[in-house]
Design a protein around this ligand. Structure first.
Ligand code: PGA
Length: 241
């Protein structure tokens, strides 16, 4: 595990964007695994700025996102489809047919999970997977206790996760109870993994990640077994480490 320490969120975003742009330039057909949440927003904005200023092209890249809420359709402002359009896709020259997220409104969610795994395999696997970390150590929607052998699956969201995400909804009741997420084994097959952690609310999880055991109680801890894993964390996220 490589750790890059940054002074603050702005610097973290710069480091992450720099790393992603370098990979995109050296492999214009790259398969990117993308994440939602507050943390990658600054990184996405810098990718957009660079695209507009320097013309970095996304024409031939493919993206696969980590997860989506069950029951929300792509036009719902709280769906991750909408988030990705709004925060990245509509601002860069990526063809819509190259962007993929699990379908939260699929009639058969189990079949959707199976097809998502197949899609990733058919594309040749993920070259670079971007991740955030939950305050409870989750990655994607893989909550504590999820098997390290898991593939894309349907999950019941943790109460802590629903509370953390309630800020985007009008009330906690509106936060979906289920989601579809890439599994931990799926994530671990990525050729390279980049985890971003910012702020005090992540300090405990980051401390356990760096200093604790590899355990299914802290899903992110398995990343320490990955041969090409980088953690970019700011001072606040590293304040207990
Ligand atoms: P956040 O979420 O970036 O909004 O903090 C990260 C996560 O829960 O994985």
């Amino acid at each position: 595990m490589k750790i890059i320490r940054t002074a603050n969120y702005e610097e973290l975003s710069k480091q992450a964007a720099k790393m992603m742009i370098t990979r995109i330039k050296s492999n214009p057909n790259i398969i990117l695994g993308l994440a939602t949440g507050s943390t990658p927003i600054g990184t996405y904005q810098l990718l957009i700025d660079d695209h507009l200023k320097n013309g970095t092209s996304y024409e031939n890249i493919t993206t696969v996102n980590l997860d989506e809420y069950a029951g929300l359709n792509p036009a719902d402002p709280n769906s991750y489809h909408f988030f990705m359009q709004d925060k990245l896709f509509k601002h860069i020259n990526i063809p819509a047919s190259h962007t993929h997220l699990p379908e939260g409104t699929a009639e058969n969610l189990l079949e959707e999970c199976r097809q998502y795994e197949e899609l990733i395999k058919k594309k040749g696997g993920i070259d670079l997977q971007l991740l955030g970390i939950g305050g409870n150590g989750h990655i994607g929607f893989n909550e504590p206790g999820t098997s390290f052998d898991s593939r894309t699956h349907v999950v019941i969201l943790d109460e802590q996760t629903r509370q953390a995400n309630a800020r985007f909804f009008r009330s906690i009741e509106e936060v979906p109870t289920h989601a579809l997420t890439m599994g931990i084994a799926t994530i671990m097959e990525s050729k390279e993994i980049l985890l971003l952690a910012s702020g005090k609310s992540k300090a405990e999880a980051v401390k356990q990640l760096i200093h604790g055991d590899i355990t299914e109680e802290l899903p992110a801890s398995i990343l320490k077994n990955h041969k090409s894993f980088t953690l970019i964390a700011d001072e606040e996220a590293l304040s207990l480490s």
